[in-house]
Design a binder for this molecule. Structure first.
Ligand code: CUA
Length: 357
């Protein structure tokens, strides 16, 4: 009893040689991890001039961090196996050691140096991709539960800004996105551009991109923003200058109906607002528009026999009547301002007609 109080028996210290297999395994795992990290196609094809330096940064991070990760994991696993408690050792203490000043200096200084170098490198890349190019245009990005809208510089001073639910950009024309949110946190992400920034209520965030490849690219919300988060998507179209001008002109014209427009033109506009401009089909099922969204009420069922006044109020003030089984504050509350007067009238008329029977 006396003996136990003064000195606990120890296991014998391990020899240094027993570490060699761990380092051999770590070296092999590191090489494999780096090769894997460089071979896996992490990203879609790059579509802007910023992507190249961001991809390089990513690959450098893989090359630097994989060895650190593998080294730490290998040492941990090795220690677990090698120094596990064996039968009969329950009462033994570990071998008496007194730390190792040289080791401690190394494992403090080496990670600090690596992190400092990566921070400087990342700052250089950020400065490079944020450099303001000549001829830049500004596009306003508006996030709301659960839709994106984009406003382009007006064609002439004083003219009304053109707004769309899909994003149109010109190849090789630099753009600065000014990102706003009207309700909660959203994330504006274009994977093909490698750029993402949060949309934060009450402030404006921005990033720059120069599209360099024609095509259609996904826009994804990257902040869990509510029930419709997973459908909060849009498309970025990178087009020629002529196609962009045509788009602006058609959006300008599409939002107003000529005075002599007949019921056919009105119905066509209403359907277009539902399926495209307003993006209503992402959340609502409507047989006539062949949409199957289920975030909001099935309109075939809930609008049946409802008046145009009821439909109009439900669009501009979605919380006025909330159907049983559906939550308030889910439908965007700003269609009254993002849709033109004609567009709103057309979609109300369209919905009243197609759900009448
Ligand atoms: Cu908006 Cu997730």
């Amino acid at each position: 009893m006396d003996e136990l109080e003064h000195e606990t028996p120890h296991r014998p210290a391990q020899s240094r040689r027993s570490l060699v297999p761990a380092f051999v395994i770590a070296a092999i795992a590191t090489a494999g991890g780096i090769v894997l990290g460089l071979v896996i196609p992490w990203f879609p094809p790059a579509a802007d001039t910023q992507a190249k330096s961001i991809d390089t940064l990513y690959y450098v991070l893989i090359i630097v961090t994989v060895p650190v990760f593998v080294l730490v994991e290998t040492v941990v696993l090795f220690a677990v196996v090698k120094f596990r408690m064996r039968p009969g050792e329950e009462m033994l203490d570990g071998p008496p050691i007194h730390g190792n000043t040289r080791l401690e200096i190394i494992w403090t200084a080496a990670p600090s140096a690596i992190i400092a170098a990566l921070v400087v490198y990342a700052a250089v890349v950020l400065r490079h991709i944020e450099h303001q190019p000549a001829g830049e245009i500004q596009v306003q990005v508006y996030a709301q539960q659960f839709a994106w809208s984009f406003a382009y510089p007006p064609a002439a001073p004083g003219a009304k800004a053109i707004v769309s639910s899909d994003l149109y950009l010109v190849k090789d024309r630099p753009v600065r996105f000014r990102v706003h949110s009207s309700d909660v946190l959203h994330g504006f992400w274009i994977p093909a551009f490698r750029l993402q920034i949060d949309a934060v209520p009450g402030t404006t965030q921005s990033f720059r991109a120069t599209p360099k490849r024609m095509g259609d690219y996904d826009i994804v919300c990257t902040e869990l923003c509510g029930l419709g988060h997973s459908v909060m998507r849009s498309t970025a179209h990178v087009v020629t200058p002529a196609a962009y001008t045509a788009f602006l002109a058609s959006r300008g014209a599409a939002s107003a109906l000529p005075a002599a427009a007949g019921p056919g033109a009105l119905a066509a506009m209403g359907k277009r607002v539902f399926t495209s401009t307003g993006g209503c089909g992402a959340c609502h099922t409507l047989a006539d528009a062949q949409t199957t969204g289920s975030i909001g009420p099935d309109l075939n069922k809930y609008l049946k026999g409802k008046s145009e006044a009821f439909i109009r109020t439900s669009i501009v003030n979605p919380n006025a009547y909330v159907e049983k089984g559906f939550g308030a504050n889910i439908m965007p509350a700003n269609f009254g301002t993002t849709l033109s007067k004609d567009e709103l009238g057309a979609v109300v008329k369209y919905l009243a007609n197609v759900t009448a029977k």
